[in-house]
Write a protein that binds this ligand. Sequence first.
Ligand code: ADP
Length: 297
Amino acid sequence: MTVFNIGSINIDHVYQVSHFVRPGETLTSNHYQKILGGKGANQSIALARANASVKHVGAINQSDQDLVNQLAQSGVGTALISHVTQATGHAIIQVNQEAENAIVLFAGANHAITGTQLQETFAQAQAGDWVLLQNETNGIDTAISLAKANNLQVAFNPAPMDKTLVEQVIEQIDLLIVNEVEAMDLFNVKSVEAAQRQFSQQHPQLAVIITLGSAGVRYLDKDGVIDVAAFNVQAIDTTAAGDTFIGYCLAGLMSEQPIALALRQACAASALCVTQNGASTSIPTLEQVTQFLEQQA
Ligand code: ADP
């Protein structure tokens, strides 16, 4: 079984600054890092580190082949990544002395996925394979409809949240994965419990994962609710915690683990992720996750 992850690939340009640049100001930064990012790329790397078979479907500028090489080195299938003339998606990230950030995001090539590319993707897929999507690429609704027409299972992580888009596609989704803010935003409510009630009333057949940060995760489906607590770790940087969770959870489901075990493994992986600085570099390997779980037993 394979996951076709239709997702963003970004270059994160991270600058340490004394303060956020003000209108008209030219500000010198004395520390710069260029990092592979994007929710799509992070989730593909998490799937690959969890030993799942994953093919990334995305687009980058033809001059940024090194990003494809980095994904390939992590074990991600890259043959379905197209090279286009638009700039690769990127984020200009200022990090101030209080460790807050201010970000300019440019979707660029992430919005250049074509219908032909999707056709090519689904021609390779076999019934029962998964299609995973976040909300950082174009053509989400078309991709989901094509996936269902090809008898594929669809997991959707609508981040950043677009309520109208989710309402449009929700009936075609097999697994929806949101964090608590996205869950509340989807129904304009102020608590996770209220969002949970809306899911049960409006979409009783849908499987939903709501990640709850240091409180762990709640899973809902037609058979009931499963809560899994987070592991108690010293959190240093929660970047990519959600992406790590999603990759590991889907990998668990694909290897036919019971859902409770897949959730536990994903909580362990994301707990390890938050103990490290960085995004894709802090996603642990399956060996590290297994070792961590053995220590907890
Ligand atoms: P997102 O990054 O998408 O907002 P969350 O913050 O909900 O997602 O985190 C995803 C998962 O990462 C959680 O369900 C939990 O398992 C794990 N996690 C996040 N923060 C912590 C933490 N401080 N300690 C342990 N695990 C954490």
